[in-house]
Design a protein around this ligand. Structure first.
Ligand code: MF3
Ligand code: CO
Length: 255
């Protein structure tokens, strides 16, 4: 069962979302050629602790992961798709960087991700990131009462597929609230009209991951967390936490 949030609860989640947005903006501002991913993790940790927020990823241990997540953010560079561990890797010219961050404030969780390049970007990477952001925007636009989860999935997947990008069919977004991962699952590709109806007060994280070259494959790194393309093709990720309201979709993870 997916949980329905009251107007007051959504307002509280908005405050959590604001802090997550601030952390992502600070990380992006700090990232340049030569920056180590651990430094970016420290930047996010500082924003969270300064706001009285509790990192949602640190120590998170879902059933499928061999070890608890060891960082505050996920930093997925180039062919890392998502869940990249913020290790000692230093950013290089032209890298595609995806940063995912989540936090609890007053017991409410928000989860968001951005992708950007450092140094001189490759044109196809700029297009990849724009397509990922466009897919997220279309998914958000479909998050209205009366639509279904499948309408969101279809909105994300259709144009991305047409444009020739790969999508991880088994991965996607999720309900969010008192816990980071709640029902329902929000696939990044699917048929319109399928799945549960979107009710007012449903809050979901919508998170397309697009891969250059059109294939949907991934492997896990030995760290047990990082999802990477076996081909070495680059990927991008974008995510917002969104409330379904009578007035339409309300993005909670904005500054
Ligand atoms: N946005 C990611 C997701 O929903 C955040 C999880 S990162 C983790 O899968 F490390 F906490 F798992
Ligand atoms: Co998420």
């Amino acid at each position: 069962m997916s949980q329905i949030k009251s107007v007051e609860e959504i307002a509280a989640m908005r405050e959590a979302g604001r802090v997550v947005a601030q952390a992502l903006a600070a990380v992006k501002a700090h990232a340049e050629v030569g920056t180590a991913l651990t430094e970016l993790d420290d930047v996010a940790a500082t924003v969270f602790s300064g706001a009285g927020a509790v990192p949602a990823f640190l120590g998170y241990h879902p059933r499928w992961a061999p070890v608890p997540y060891p960082g505050v953010i996920c930093a997925s560079v180039n062919d890392a798709i998502v869940h990249g561990i913020a290790n000692g890797l230093r950013l290089a010219d032209g890298d595609v960087v995806s940063i995912d961050a989540g936090a609890f404030l007053d017991g409410w969780c928000a989860d968001s991700a951005i992708s950007f390049t450092v140094g001189t970007p490759r044109p196809e990477d700029v297009a990849l990131i724009e397509a990922t952001e466009a897919a997220l925007a279309r998914g958000i636009a479909a998050a209205r009462p009366g639509n279904t989860i499948g309408d969101i999935s279809h909105a994300i997947g259709r144009d991305a597929r047409r444009a020739g990008y790969g999508i991880l069919a088994g991965h996607g977004g999720h309900g969010i609230g008192r816990a980071m991962h709640e029902e329902p699952h929000v696939p990044n590709d699917g048929l319109p009209g399928r799945g549960i109806k979107l009710a007012e007060g449903l809050v979901i994280a919508i998170e397309p991951m697009l891969i250059l070259g059109g294939r949907d494959e991934y492997t896990h790194d030995a760290d047990g967390w990082t999802l990477r393309t076996p081909s070495g093709r680059r990927a991008a990720h974008a995510e917002h936490t969104v409330a379904v309201t009578a007035e339409g979709p309300l993005v909670l993870t904005l500054p």
